[in-house]
Design a binder for this molecule. Structure first.
Ligand code: 0A1
Ligand code: ZN
Length: 877
């Protein structure tokens, strides 16, 4: 990279392309030394006079032929990232031949090799690493792709669309021709060539067409694709039922690869997946993995409409496809599993990743206004907050109008590259609701804060909610405008009875739950006919991605935890109760006081734990304490040691005081029937293992033996990992025994080995850093494989607050060393890892100085990629 002047790309500079590319004919000659790519494009001029500027990256240019005449070197200009050809007419046929070396492509962007097979990843800007092209999402073309390769080594040849020709060639080679009838941008192009096995199924669409479904993997993994196939069929059916959206080709292929920068990719009719989101058997995958596969398979499938048929005009609009598609996959998972649990999981993830991002140095709006490297903007803000923005629109206009809005959006924009404005306009036109102010959610970064206070007026029999909204400045946005925030709420009277919500001025009795439109910095809402002092239930279902101070007392929270009919709000009350209690304990700890557990909390906790009405899955979610990282987020200055001590104390106290309850639950739920992935069973396992975790917080030797027993007898990965996780943090001899036995059993299965790496990286024992360093040299680890890097280094730096932030700064040194090594191999992953320092300003002065020094060391390194440069420099700014 030209480190002195990394270029910033801005939304305000958007210009439509000067040429369109109507058809693209690609010919790949795949080889071991190099691969030759011949591209023939038909171009049509869109603006007069301008030269054609094609993007390229690490390409060897062999020849350029314009309308049948090969150009001489002086006829064009070539710089490292641009091929410029002046003097083109209205229409032109351009042939470009390039040579690339996929076998040396460690960035995993463009055409690369994984387990000896060829595959591609073109989003966002990987296509320019294959051939010179207008590599931008608003250039939509028709693709025909010819693949030539050695038949023995690469028997399977795949690309987008329909297979139209297949034949053998001389010299043991063969050829396949694929034609995609749909217009698409180049980021959706895909090619796979390899020695792959597959499973096959058929889906009959609502209009009666049969679609052939195939999932390809390396031979040894073909027996682990059934759950992915089931998930795909469910997703296809759900999109027909829910949105009337039907699949549009007769073939849908998924290829699982072991080396992949992200989760999966929605290439038209040829998804390429990280094998972690395809492969699952009860023995090798956890319940969380089964869920993750179902949701990612659905996500990529849903992109066929929201992403592919309607794509993005430019990368600033990324949330147009990603926020919407995450929203759709969340809705799907809620329908497949339990809606309440899904919502809780989604909110937990948002708080764990997006909230810190939104209050830190990388904060950006859902639609960013500038970037240096677009790969750095595949963020939780664009994805998860983007999904919340869609959800709020649905809440404001109502589900029926939302569906009408989706129909209108598809009708208006099918086959085009659209913008966020197009989406909001469809919702507004379909519902008649003015969304002008709402649109600010797309442009304003930062998590808004609500302060809500209620007063009951006994004489007037009214209840008034006073709501204030505010937002802190974020980089480049010192002043914030008020947002349109949907606040879903109810009022609970004695015994948890819901009171009718009649706003002042309304005649009839109002509903029991309603959505208030908060639009002003300060606003009040008065309800009439309220004959008793109610407890308000606020932000039901987490109706907006905000933080909230509702001024609840511990008794209010315990009451809501017991009686709120909204499952999310009940869970939230429990979390707030635990958070308030633990933050108070942190303050006591810092004052050097002896810690003691509040009896209100203990009894509320016990009544949830022993409840016979609540679904076990919800009990499990409710008794899991807010994480150490989440508690840190609530403090002005994160006190790593105090938080760790308090967490340990509370878990230990609960373990000792409620041992009988935990044991009873564990024993009741620990039946050993055969594994099934089914909501009830998942709930049973999660509560059982949550009970075991509490028991292990202060274990007797018998309890350690029980945990060891669960580990050695488990017939499924959920139980095996639950036990191993606990043993890995226990200072008993069973720790080494279990860790060694697990590797022994699974060393040949890369995804299970990833779990083995993570479990050790997340241990809270004092030797974890040393262990991580050691594992970096283990045969099981490779800096070239993103899954390994995420499993070991990612888990340590992002999911182990106490050990990563150990006071001597060893964790920080390790992370900077890894970033600098990865920077040369895979800048995208290096930049992701650099994000481990994003929160540095939130810690105490000593840790701040240590992290800052590591960030400076990274920035000073020669040959820094723009990916890492952008994250590190913004972090220090
Ligand atoms: N569009 C994909 C995400 C994705 C983005 C970048 C990638 O490579 C750098 C790969 C996948 C999705 O949302 O699933
Ligand atoms: Zn996506």
């Amino acid at each position: 990279m030209d480190q002195a002047s990394p270029q910033t790309i801005r939304l305000e500079d958007y210009r439509a392309p000067s040429f369109s590319i109507e058809t693209v004919n690609l010919h790949f000659d795949l080889g071991e030394e190099h691969t030759t790519v011949t591209s023939v494009m038909t171009l049509a001029r869109q603006r007069p006079d301008e030269a054609l500027e094609l993007n390229g990256d690490e390409l060897e240019l062999v020849s350029v032929t314009l309308d049948g005449h090969e150009l001489a070197v002086g006829d064009y200009t070539l710089t490292p990232h641009l091929l410029t050809i002046p003097g083109l007419g209205e229409r032109a046929t351009l042939q470009i031949v390039t040579r690339i070396q996929p076998q040396h492509n460690t960035q995993l962007s463009g055409l690369y090799k994984s387990s000896g097979n060829f595959c591609t990843q073109c989003e966002a800007e990987g296509f320019r690493r294959i051939t010179y092209f207008l590599d931008r999402p608003d250039v939509l073309s028709r693709y025909t792709t010819t693949i030539v390769a050695d038949k023995a080594a690469y028997p399977v040849l795949l690309s987008n669309g329909n297979l139209i020709e297949e034949r053998d060639l001389e010299g043991g080679r063969h050829l396949a021709v694929w034609e995609d009838p749909f217009l698409k941008p180049c980021y959706l192009f895909a090619l796979v060539a390899g020695d792959l096995a597959h499973i096959e199924d058929v889906f009959r669409t609502s209009s009666g067409r049969d679609v052939t479904l195939r999932i390809y993997t390396v031979a040894e993994d073909a027996d682990k694709c059934e759950h992915a196939m089931d998930s795909l069929k469910k997703a296809m059916k759900w999109d027909e039922d829910t949105y009337g959206l039907e699949y549009d080709l007769d073939i849908y292929n998924i290829v699982a690869v072991r080396d992949f920068n992200a989760g999966a990719m929605e290439n038209k009719s040829l998804n390429v997946f990280n094998s972690a989101y395809v492969l699952a058997t009860p023995e090798t995958a956890t319940d969380a993995n089964f869920n993750g596969i179902e949701s990612v398979i659905a996500h990529e499938y849903f992109h066929n409409w929201t992403g592919n048929r309607i794509t993005c005009r430019d990368w600033f609009q990324l949330s147009l496809k990603e926020g919407l598609t995450v929203f759709r996959d969340q809705q799907f998972s809620a329908d497949m599993q339990s809606a309440a649990e899904q919502r809780i999981d989604d909110v937990k993830a948002l708080r764990a990743r997006q909230f810190p991002e939104d209050s830190g140095p990388q904060a950006h709006p859902v639609r960013p206004e500038s970037y240096i490297e677009i790969n750095n903007f595949y963020t939780s803000t664009v994805y998860e907050k983007g999904a919340e923005v869609i959800r709020m629109m649905q809440t404001i206009i109502g589900p029926e109008n939302f569906r009408k809005g989706m129909d209108l959006y598809v009708k208006r924009n099918d086959g085009t590259a659209a913008t966020v404005e197009d989406f909001v306009a469809a919702m507004q036109d379909a519902s008649g609701v003015d969304l002008t102010q709402f649109k600010r959610w797309y442009g304003q970064a930062g998590t808004p804060h609500l302060e809500v206070r209620g007063t009951w007026n006994e004489g007037a029999q009214t209840y008034t909610l006073n709501v204030r909204q505010s937002a802190r400045p974020t980089p480049g946005q010192p002043v914030k405008q008020p947002l349109h925030i949907p606040l879903s709420m109810g009022l609970l009277g004695k015994g948890g009875r819901q009171l009718p919500l009649t706003l002042d001025g309304e005649n009839d009795d109002g509903p029991l739950s309603r959505v208030l439109d908060v639009t002003e910095p300060q606003q009040s809402f008065t309800f009439t006919g309220i004959g008793e002092r109610p407890v308000p239930s606020l932000l039901r279902g987490f109706s907006a991605p905000v933080t909230m101070d509702a001024g609840y007392s511990r008794d209010d929270l315990a009451f809501l935890l017991r009686s709120d009919p909204d499952s999310f709000a009940r869970w939230e009350a429990g979390q707030t109760l635990a958070k308030d209690l633990m933050l108070d304990l942190v303050a006591s700890y810092r004052r050097g006081e002896t810690l003691s557990l509040d009896p209100t909390f203990l009894s509320a906790f016990e009544s949830v734990l022993t409840s016979t009405e609540l679904d076990p899955a919800l009990v499990a979610l409710t008794i899991i304490l807010p994480s150490q990282a989440y508690l840190g987020q609530q403090m002005d200055e994160i006190d790593v040691e105090a938080i760790e001590a308090v967490h340990k104390f509370v878990r230990g106290e609960l373990s000792r005081r409620l041992r009988g309850d935990f044991l009873a639950i564990y024993e009741r739920l620990n039946d050993r029937g055969a594994y099934v992935f089914e909501a009830r069973e998942v709930g049973r396992r999660s509560l059982k293992n949550a009970a075991l975790a509490y028991l292990m917080a202060d274990p007797t030797p018998e309890i350690v033996a029980m945990c060891r027993d669960e580990f050695f007898r488990a017939d499924n990965m959920t139980d095996s990992m639950a036990a191993l996780t606990l043993l890995a943090s226990s200072a008993s001899s069973a720790r080494e025994e279990a860790v060694a036995a697990f590797y022994d059993k699974w060393s040949k299965n890369p995804l299970v080995v990833d779990k083995w790496l993570s479990v050790q990286a997340m241990s809270d024992l004092p030797d974890t850093l040393e262990r991580v360093r050691e594992l970096m040299g283990h045969e099981a680890f490779s800096m070239r494989n993103p899954n390994k890097v995420r499993a070991l280094v990612g888990a340590f730096t992002q999911s182990n607050q106490p050990r990563f932030h150990d006071a001597d700064g060893g964790g920080y040194r390790l992370l900077a060393d890894v970033v600098l090594e990865l920077n040369k191999i895979n800048p995208g992953i290096a930049a992701r890892m650099t994000g481990g320092f994003n929160q540095w300003k939130r810690f105490d002065p000593k840790r701040r100085a240590l992290m800052r020094a590591e960030l400076e060391r990274i920035l000073a390194a020669p040959g820094l990629s723009k990916d890492v440069y952008e994250i590190a420099s913004k972090s220090l700014a």
